[in-house]
Design a protein around this ligand. Structure first.
Ligand code: TEU
Length: 580
C-alpha cells in the first residue's frame, strides 16, 4: 500500500493559457484571466493547477517553443503576473505546477542564435549539428531519414554554417544537445531552478524520454515506402542515457519536494516506462508519467493521422491493463483521458451526439474518479466539451501538426480532393485543436465569455458553447459540472478505496467482449470495497453482479441515470457501488 501524499490524492486541472480566459480583449487568454477563475477551480474540488507553457515564445507550437525560460509571453502578462499567480494559487490552498520543455528551445532562444552563428561559437555544441551526406551523384542529403513529429524532415539546413540541425518537432524547435554537461547545467538553472525558487510545486515535463538519442543517429526502418522520411521514435525515445539524465534532474528537484509528471510518448514497452517511476532503493524517480497506451488508440505510432481501427474492448483492456501494471509494481498511476494534444474524450471514446454527450461525460467522471492514481482533468472536460463539428472549415485548424499534415497531403498527392477529404476526416477525429478551442464559459454571443464580443478569438469558439458552458451548469443539479464536483468530493471522502485502492478481478463474465461493460472492483486498506461499471456503448446491455463480487451490503454511491434498472445498463450508463 502507498503512503498518503499531497500529489497522490490531489486532483490536477490542466490549463492551456491561450484558450482559457482572456482578460484584456485581445482574443488570447492570459494570466490575469487564469487568476480570475481560481475560485471556480477551488469550488470544483481542484488541488493542483497545471499551466501549459506561459513563457516567452514565438508561438509556432503555442508556447512549446520557448525563447526565454525566465520571461513571459507578452500577451499572457508579465513576470509580476506570474508571481501573482503563484501567490493566488497558494492563497487558496492549492498547488501550482508549470510546464518544463527542455528537449528543445525555440530557434529564437539566445542559446540557439549563438549556436547557429558560427561553427566555432562556444554554444555550437549546445544543439545537434551534423554535416550533410552526399549521394552518388553528389547531391546533398540529410544526415538521416528521420521524420519529425510535425510531418516534415527532422533536419533543417543552415545556409550560413553549411550544416543541418536536428529538431524532433518544428524546424523552429531545435533539439538541445543533452550530451553536453554545460548545456544540461544551463537548462537546470534557467528552466528549473529559476521557477522552483519562485515557489512553484513541480513540473509537467514535456517529452521527458527524448533527451538521449541513439548514438550515431541511425536511419529509421522504412515504414512508408513511398515517403522519403520515416517515423524514428525508436531512435529518439528512451535512449541509453535517459536514466542518467533523470538522476541528475532529480538531484536538482530533491531539495524542493517537487511533484513531477513526465510525458512519455512512444513507449509501447511497459518495462521502459516503469523504469522512470518505480521507486528504487536508490531514490524516487518521476512521481508519475503520462503513458499514452489509452489516448493513442486509433493512431499509428509516429503518425497520428494514419488511423487504426480500435474498439471499446481495446479501450477497456488498455485502461485496466495500465492500472494493473502500476499497481503490481508499486509505481504510482496518472489517470487521464484528455490534454491539449488530444481530441475530447466524449467524442473519441463515447458519443457526442446531443442525446448522449452529457451521459458520456458523466460516465467518464465516474470511471476516472474511481481509478487509483493522481487524477488529471483538462479544461472543459468538467463541463463535457466535445470536438469541433465535422464540417469545421479547413482554415479553422491552427495547430502546426494539422497545418503541416494538410500541406504534406497537398504536396504529395498534388492536392487530390479525395485525399484531402480523407485528411480532413482524420483531423475531425484526431486533431489537437479539438482540445485547444476556447473554454466555453457562457452561452452568450459569439465568444461565449472567453473574450469580449468585440474581440476575435485566436481560434474560433465552437458553436456548441450555446449548449455546453459553465454558466448554464453551475448550480444545476443534473449538469455535468455538478456531477464532476460530486464525484471529486466522493473520491476524497473515500480516498482509501478510490485513490489508493487496489483493483481486483479484471476478468469479465461476458462472452461478447465488445458489448461487455467496463467493470472493476477495488479494495481499500480500511476494508472498503467498490464496484464501478460502465456501459461504453449506445445499446442497453443486460447486466448481473459479477460472480466474484458478493452484492450483499453493496450500495449505489453514484450513477448517471436517475433511476437505473438493476439488471440492465442503459446507453452509456455508469454506476459505482460501495460496501463499507
Ligand atoms: O507533446 C509530445 C508529443 O509528441 C505528443 O504529440 C505525443 O506524441 C502525443 O500526445 C501522443 O498522443 C508535447 C506537447 O504536449 C505538445 O503540445 C508539443 O507540441 C510537443 O511536446 C513539443 O514540445
Amino acid at each position: 500500500q502507498h503512503e498518503h501524499n499531497w500529489w497522490k490524492e490531489g486532483v490536477v486541472y490542466q490549463i492551456y493559457p491561450k484558450s482559457f480566459k482572456d482578460s484584456n480583449g485581445d482574443g488570447v487568454g492570459d494570466i490575469p484571466g487564469i487568476i480570475s477563475k481560481l475560485d471556480y477551480l477551488k469550488d470544483l474540488g481542484i488541488d493542483i493547477v497545471w499551466v501549459s507553457p506561459h513563457y516567452k515564445s514565438p508561438m509556432i507550437d503555442n508556447g512549446y517553443d520557448i525563447s526565454d525560460y525566465e520571461a513571459i509571453y507578452e500577451p499572457f502578462g508579465t513576470l509580476a503576473d506570474a508571481e501573482a499567480l503563484i501567490k493566488a494559487v497558494h492563497d487558496r490552498g492549492m498547488r501550482l505546477i508549470f510546464d518544463l520543455v527542455i528537449n528543445h528551445t525555440s530557434s529564437e532562444h539566445a542559446w540557439f542564435k549563438e549556436s547557429r552563428s558560427s561553427k566555432t561559437n562556444p554554444k555550437r555544441d549546445w544543439y545537434i549539428w551534423r554535416p550533410a551526406r552526399y549521394d552518388s551523384k553528389g547531391k546533398r542529403c540529410r544526415p538521416n531519414n528521420w521524420r519529425s513529429n510535425f510531418s516534415e524532415s527532422a533536419w533543417t539546413w543552415d545556409e550560413q554554417t553549411q550544416e543541418y540541425y536536428l529538431h524532433l518537432y518544428a524546424s523552429e524547435q531545435p533539439d538541445l544537445n543533452w550530451e553536453n554537461p554545460e548545456t544540461r547545467r544551463a537548462i537546470y538553472a534557467s528552466a528549473m531552478k529559476f521557477w522552483l525558487d519562485k515557489g512553484i510545486d513541480g513540473f509537467r515535463i514535456d517529452t521527458v524520454n527524448m533527451y538521449s538519442k541513439t548514438p550515431g543517429l541511425p536511419d529509421a526502418p522504412i515504414m512508408y515506402p513511398d515517403h522519403e522520411i520515416q517515423p524514428a521514435f525508436m531512435y529518439y525515445a528512451n535512449g541509453p542515457r535517459m536514466h542518467e539524465f533523470l538522476d541528475e534532474m532529480n538531484d536538482v528537484f530533491e531539495p524542493y519536494d517537487t511533484f513531477t509528471v513526465g510525458e512519455t510518448p512512444y513507449t509501447p514497452d511497459e518495462g521502459t516506462v516503469l523504469g522512470y517511476i518505480v521507486p528504487s532503493p536508490k531514490r524516487p524517480r518521476l512521481s508519475v508519467v503520462f503513458n499514452f497506451n489509452v489516448v493513442d488508440l486509433g493512431q499509428t505510432p509516429g503518425n497520428r493521422f494514419d488511423e487504426r481501427a480500435f474498439t471499446k474492448a481495446h479501450f477497456k483492456r488498455e485502461l485496466l491493463r495500465w492500472h494493473r501494471v502500476t499497481q503490481d509494481t508499486g509505481a504510482w498511476n496518472a489517470v487521464f483521458l484528455e490534454n491539449h494534444d488530444q481530441p475530447r474524450s466524449v467524442s473519441k471514446f463515447a458519443s457526442d451526439a446531443p442525446e448522449y454527450r452529457d451521459l458520456s461525460a458523466k460516465m467518464f467522471a465516474i470511471v476516472l474518479a474511481t481509478l487509483s492514481g493522481t487524477l488529471f482533468v483538462y479544461q472543459g472536460q468538467e463541463i463535457g466539451m466535445i470536438n469541433a463539428p465535422k464540417d469545421w472549415a479547413r482554415e479553422n485548424y491552427k495547430c502546426i501538426k494539422s497545418v503541416n499534415h494538410l500541406a504534406e497531403i497537398v504536396a504529395r498527392t498534388n492536392d487530390d480532393p479525395a485525399e484531402m477529404e480523407k485528411a480532413l476526416g482524420s483531423l475531425h477525429r484526431q486533431a489537437r485543436d479539438h482540445g485547444r478551442v476556447p473554454m466555453q464559459w457562457t452561452s452568450d454571443g459569439k465568444n461565449g465569455g472567453f473574450c469580449d464580443e468585440g474581440a476575435e478569438p485566436w481560434i474560433p469558439m465552437l458553436e456548441s458553447h450555446r449548449d455546453i458552458n459553465v454558466a448554464g451548469q453551475v448550480g444545476r443539479q443534473d449538469s455535468v459540472l455538478e456531477f464532476w464536483r460530486r464525484m471529486l468530493l466522493l473520491r476524497k471522502q473515500f480516498k482509501d478505496v478510490f485513490v489508493y485502492g487496489c483493483v481486483q478481478g479484471f476478468d469479465s463474465p461476458f462472452e461478447d467482449e465488445a458489448k461487455a461493460p467496463l467493470q472493476f472492483v477495488k479494495h481499500g486498506k480500511n476494508g472498503m470495497c467498490s464496484l464501478t461499471v460502465a456501459n461504453l456503448t449506445d445499446t442497453p446491455v443486460d447486466w448481473q453482479w459479477p460472480g466474484w463480487v458478493k452484492d450483499d451490503g453493496m450500495v449505489l454511491l453514484a450513477g448517471n441515470y436517475e433511476k437505473g434498472l438493476a439488471k440492465q445498463l442503459q446507453p452509456f450508463e455508469a454506476r459505482v457501488y460501495v460496501r463499507a
